[in-house]
Design a protein around this ligand. Structure first.
Ligand SMILES: *Cc1c(COP(=O)(O)O)cnc(C)c1O
Length: 478
């Protein structure tokens, strides 16, 4: 087990010698000087410090280390040049309180990003403020709420399919809406009859992901949007799966009124471990005055922050949101240009290739062409005593990040695989072959599959015990 750097203390070792001169601390007011004689800073050489942190970073799995087919998360390659651009001094040394004249470059970048996202989503106005997809959903639901208040309608229900990501009902509930869940039909789509039966004058909105979390494109999306609009409701688009459709179609054409995007998924900014991310929200014209402030505008001469929106819901986040994430997404969009459409085509091609290769070995509950991801079931393997969790752990020992498992909830033993466009065919084949090997191993020697992982820093944990009796205190090793 790795020790803390404090435990690697070797007394009288010099880290780095700044000067041989004795420093006179007289210039510091007495009351600020520590009275303690022992230092908490460990004595450790510079080389050992380097080794310590490298060792820690090696424990981390990341997209640079291996294939990361985590469904719904779009773990694509994040071009390193974007990091360089985001750390340019002109961006990092700028204070958000500086006036518009001194911040023209940054404002221009945000304005052009807004414009690009308008084209990609078909929406009429964009806010870049929300810090993640879920935060975008919250922003969208606050807009829905304020919109109906403004037009004097008291609509309390938000309809959400049972395949939805858990953040959808959570965001709507936080705004005080009742969640009305509708079942998916046997093909994995919104059940039109079930939808009709819950639509009424109480319907505020429906929240949909399209392609949905099964990786399937809602074939009746136009009928759905007509039904909801005829009932006076709004359509909210969870844009987490935008990587499947960019340049081919957009949420506006499908009839949506509000959209969030996950820049950290579709537009190649790093994510995992809690952020930072960015979840811009786009709206159709009749909702644009409800966006959070400020939004960035251009008068033909200069870029400026507009605070004066008639029905604004206020602020979602300090200043502009996570600005450096915006820089990286903007750079990715410029870098990719009109090839964004190709990005989606390749993401969809990769997913269909893998699905086709794996469907004889793992149960495929919805056996139809998929979009950028697909959902297998570990049912066959479970019958032989190996559940999906064990398959996921087994994969870790082959240097693969496990796919998303047990989501969406409507698939037993779900294994949700999203390759993205950035992987080579060789890498996809490696993963496919490993999955096939595991399926064989389940048949011949199920016991051995259950022992993994063996090579990771943390081995097999007792999931129940870990949740019930979390042991969070680190005990210093002597
Ligand atoms: C990732 C995801 C979200 C939430 O987005 P965050 O950026 O993680 O907050 C919502 N819906 C779907 C379908 C997602 O995949």
């Amino acid at each position: 087990m790795t020790k803390l750097i404090f435990e690697k203390n070797i007394e009288n070792t010099d880290g780095i010698k700044l000067t041989d001169e004795k420093i006179d601390f007289n210039f510091i007011n007495e009351k600020y000087l520590s009275k303690e004689t022992t230092s908490i800073i460990p004595d450790i050489s510079e080389l050992e410090v380097m080794r310590h942190f490298k060792e820690l970073s090696d424990k981390n799995f990341c997209i640079e280390k291996g294939f990361y087919p985590l469904g719904s998360c779009t773990m694509k390659y994040n071009p390193k040049v974007n990091e360089i651009l985001a750390s340019l001094e002109g961006f990092t040394d700028l204070h958000p309180k500086q006036n518009d004249e001194e911040a023209q470059g940054s404002l221009k970048l945000m304005y052009e990003l807004q414009e690009s996202l308008k084209v990609i989503t078909g929406m009429d106005a964009i806010t870049l403020q929300p810090a993640a997809g879920a935060h975008g959903e919250l922003c969208g639901m606050m807009i829905v709420k304020k919109y109906f208040e403004t037009i004097g309608e008291n609509r309390k229900n938000v309809i959400i399919p049972d395949s939805a990501h858990g953040t959808n009902p959570a965001s709507a509930a936080m705004c005080g809406f009742n969640i009305v869940e509708i079942k998916s039909n046997e093909k994995g789509f919104v059940d039109i009859e079930a939808l009709k039966s819950v639509l009424d004058e109480n319907t505020a909105a429906i929240m949909l992901t399209n392609p949905n979390t099964l990786g399937l494109f809602e074939e009746n999306i136009l009928e759905i949007s007509e039904l909801v609009h005829n009932a006076g409701g709004l359509l909210y688009y969870d844009g987490a799966n935008m990587n499947a459709i960019m340049g081919h179609t957009n949420p506006k054409l499908m009839g949506f009124d509000i959209v969030h995007l996950n820049l950290h998924k579709t537009f190649a900014t790093p994510h995992g471990g809690g952020g930072p991310g960015a979840g811009p929200v786009g709206v159709v014209e009749k909702l644009q005055d409800f966006l959070p402030v400020p939004i960035i505008k251009f008068d033909g001469n200069k870029y400026y922050r507009e605070y004066n929106l008639k029905h604004t819901i206020g602020k979602m986040k300090a200043f502009f949101g996570n600005f450096s994430v915006l820089v990286k997404a903007y750079a990715y969009i410029l870098l990719t240009g009109n090839k964004l459409k190709e990005v989606s085509s390749n993401a969809v091609l990769n997913a269909n290739y893998m699905m086709h290769k794996l469907k004889d070995y793992y149960h495929l509950p919805y056996n139809t062409k998929c979009m950028h991801e697909f959902v297998l079931s570990g049912d066959w393997q479970k019958e032989q005593g190996v559940n999906t969790l064990a398959i996921a752990k087994r994969l870790m020992d082959s240097n693969f990040h496990p796919p998303t498992i047990y989501f969406p909830l409507i698939v037993h033993e779900a294994i949700m695989i999203e390759p993205t466009e950035s992987e080579t065919k060789q890498r996809l084949d490696d993963f496919i072959n490993t999955m096939i090997d595991i399926a064989q191993e389940v048949k011949t020697n199920p016991e051995s599959v259950l022992n993994h992982p063996l090579t990771t820093p943390v081995k097999k944990v007792d999931e129940t015990l870990a949740a019930r009796n979390p042991d969070l205190a680190y005990k210093v090793q002597k």
